[in-house]
Design a protein around this ligand. Structure first.
Ligand code: MOS
Length: 729
């Protein structure tokens, strides 16, 4: 089925299941420990061995020798495979770094060996016995240095109007530079796989992946085997945030270990290995210039940014993406530099581009509002746009950012705040309020599903994944709605390459795309039922198919034999002529300790505009998760680069500080009741990435309001404010 044009179809206007607050149907399995994650799948295949990886301890160079004799003779060891034993594996079309093979070391903790043994302890013990000799090369690990040295005067990536003239004649201007650090996904479940490639022919990989079809294709390309001979399964994923979009070394090493030992091998990447072995979000440096008239209308916007990428490309952190679209303004220039460094591979992390871009841009907007003497909410309302400002012929399909701002200001009590920075005290705490806007695109990807109706029970099968997001639940709701069944009469099976290929989970396209795929399959099923009843006028309600004045229970229709249908939703070209986005306004209250500069977030409110909200429970969960992650980004998260040696020093969860429960205050989320007729037949957009966007800047702006100290370099840690605190407390 193809979604050809914005839909006025009101199929879901009388929605019974879609849009209802529904606890996640996989919840009981998860809280009772019965949802099988990749490393726990003891029962899928017998005789599993355990693999343990070894990582390079240089940032760049080559391996001249590896002595594995002691390891091979260690107790319990079944196989040792080193990177010198095999030719460099292909770099698959979804990867940027080679995952194994050959003597070249391109980044710290690149996998250079896997030891397979009867137990984890034996494998780890033996791995430590491997003696590696390196020839180290000097690498380039310093983004700041590259920025300071100048990145050339390349042409702008996008430009409209006459920016220089607009700045020259502007009444009010701003020119500031902001920094965001390298960040780690730090998802709870480490990268883990069980691989069975015992016969060297057919490969089964039970793994933790956001994208089943991509994983299978990557395995096929990496090992040069036919996709038909590979099966990938990932029914439960303990978080991904982009880290599990692409094949990683866990699956590669498990597969190589399995082939060598001729037994299935399970392998998890130890937490201290993940930060340098797998991907991360690149640090960014962003110079932002704004120009406006005294009336507060932006006349020019310039955004120049740099982030680092691995040689071979692939960095997704382009902070200037949003700058082309978010606010009005006739003159605009954006330029992004991907600087090649020898650090581990940077790649997609939750809202790549927008997350770091808004961390900077929404501080700049706050600073500009202050220069103009305007309320920052008013300033944003004044500069709203309903069209792509660089291509005014392209409208937004549905944009209600102004409503987000107004509803949020009202709900938060924004007008009561003290506009004067550093002027509100609550005992030892300086209290401040801040806000920020948020934008994130809403793409869709082709997505398929199969549905089976048997004795009135519907089973949905698709290779879609649920990375903690609620896919199981919203797909069950979609199936139930389409067939007029209660939710209990729907089973959803996900994450198996034997099922029709879906969008997978990423780019906040999963919810919109995969529900559309299930919708398409259900339409096909409804048509099949209508055909069997020899009519084309059927409705599905209360467990019945209603044809004319007859109500036939679906249980009866599918009593003798299962009725199946399969289809794939494709999204039409018309979406190219529209900007489809999601929007939010964030409001935050912080307290900053007058003696220590410790920042505590006290209150958070998000108002989101993302089309139909398929399930307010799971959608809220996505947004508060994003807000929490952004709280960490604002105040504590930072991968510290060892610039001479080229690695992330704080590579565990003790040194890389994500927000924990005690950091998180009451969070409130309001969804505007909107529909986007251009996104899909369900008119629903994703919120999983919107939730992280803009929040950190709202915290930064609140911190400024509390203290009068402007920090433009994340995270906002104590040391950056301590010497600027007021004298008395
Ligand atoms: Mo996302 S960063 O596409 O999982």
């Amino acid at each position: 089925m193809k979604f050809e044009e914005p839909t006025s179809d009101n199929l879901f206007d009388r929605a019974m299941v879609i849009g209802k607050a529904t606890p996640r149907i996989d919840g009981p399995l998860k809280v009772s420990g019965q949802a099988p994650y990749a490393y726990e799948r003891h029962d899928v295949v017998e005789d599993q061995l355990v693999g343990y990886p070894l990582g390079a301890t240089i940032g760049r160079g080559r391996i001249t020798a590896m002595d594995t004799e002691a390891a091979r003779n260690a107790p319990g060891v079944a196989a040792v495979v080193t990177t010198l034993d095999i030719d460099p594996l292909e770099i698959s079309s979804f990867n940027n770094a080679r995952l194994f093979g050959g003597n070249e070391v391109r980044h710290y903790h690149q996998a250079i060996a896997v030891v397979v043994a009867e137990t984890l302890e034996q494998a780890r013990h033996a791995a430590e016995m491997i003696d590696v000799t390196y020839e180290e090369e000097e690498g380039n690990f310093d983004l700041e240095k590259a920025w300071q040295n100048g990145l050339g005067t390349d042409e702008a990536d996008a430009e409209t109007g006459n920016v220089d003239e607009a700045f020259a004649s502007a009444e009010v201007t701003l020119d500031e530079t902001y920094r965001t650090p390298d960040q780690s996904h730090a998802m709870m479940e480490p990268h883990s796989s069980i691989a069975d490639w015992s016969d060297g022919e057919n490969m089964t990989v039970w793994t933790s992946s956001q994208m089943i079809a991509w994983a299978r294709k990557s395995l096929a390309e990496t090992f040069d085997i036919d996709e038909d001979r590979i099966r990938v399964e990932s029914p439960f994923v303990g978080g991904g945030f982009g880290a599990k979009l692409f094949l990683r070394s866990d699956a590669v090493l498990a597969a190589l270990g399995s082939r060598a030992a001729q037994r299935p091998v399970k392998l998890t990447l130890p937490r201290p290995f993940i930060f340098n072995n797998a991907t991360h979000r690149s640090a960014t440096i962003q110079r932002i210039r704004l120009a406006a008239g005294q009336d507060g209308r932006l006349t020019a916007i310039e955004h120049e940014a740099a982030a680092h990428e691995f040689e071979g490309g692939g960095n997704e952190e382009n902070p200037t993406n949003l700058t082309k679209l978010f606010y009005a303004g006739a003159n605009r220039r954006v330029k992004h530099h991907d600087v090649v460094l020898d650090l581990p591979e940077s790649s997609s992390m939750r809202a790549p581009g927008e997350a770091s871009g808004l961390m900077a841009f929404e501080i700049a907007m706050d600073e500009m509002a202050e220069k103009l003497g305007m309320d920052p909410v008013e300033f944003r309302i004044l500069n709203d746009t309903q069209v792509d400002p660089m291509n005014p012929d392209v409208p937004f399909s549905d944009r209600n950012f102004v409503d987000c701002l107004k509803v949020g200001a009202e709900r938060f009590g924004w007008s009561d705040r003290n506009r004067k920075p550093g002027d509100t005290r609550d005992g030892l705490w300086m209290v401040g309020h801040g806000m920020a806007g948020a934008y994130r695109g809403a793409p869709t990807l082709t997505s398929g599903a199969r549905v089976r109706l048997e004795r009135g029970h519907l089973t949905v099968e698709t290779d879609m994944t649920d990375i903690g997001t609620g896919s199981y639940t919203i797909l069950a709701q979609t199936g139930a709605e389409m067939l007029g069944l209660p939710l209990e009469q729907v089973t959803v099976k996900l994450g198996d390459s034997r099922f029709p290929a879906s969008s997978g989970s990423g780019g906040q396209f999963g919810a919109a795309s995969s529900t559309a795929g299930v919708y398409a399959a259900c339409v096909a099923l409804r048509e099949e039922i209508a055909r069997r009843l020899e009519t084309d006028d059927v409705r599905f309600e209360d467990g019945n198919v209603i044809a004319g004045n007859k109500a036939i229970p679906l249980e009866e229709i599918s009593a003798d034999a299962e009725i199946t249908a399969e289809d794939t939703m494709e999204f039409g070209d018309f979406q190219d002529d529209l900007e489809i986005g999601t929007f939010a306004a964030h409001f935050v209250e912080v307290g900053v300790h007058a003696a220590t500069a410790e920042v505590r977030v006290r209150r958070m409110l998000a108002v989101c505009d993302a089309g139909r909200i398929l399930n307010p429970v799971t959608a809220r969960s996505q947004v508060i998760g994003g807000m929490t992650m952004a709280l960490g980004a604002a105040l504590s998260e930072q991968l510290a680069v060892d610039k001479p040696r080229g690695y992330f020093v704080n590579h565990d969860l003790a040194g890389y500080e994500v927000a924990v429960h005690a950091d998180v205050p009451d969070q409130e989320v309001i969804f505007l009741d909107t529909l986007d007729p251009a996104i899909s037949p369900l008119k629903a957009k994703g919120v999983g990435e919107l939730g992280i966007c803009g929040v950190a800047a709202a915290i930064a702006n609140a911190t400024y309001n509390a203290t009068g100290i402007r920090v433009r370099d994340y995270p906002i840690t104590l040391d950056k404010m301590l010497d600027r605190l007021p004298e008395t407390f």
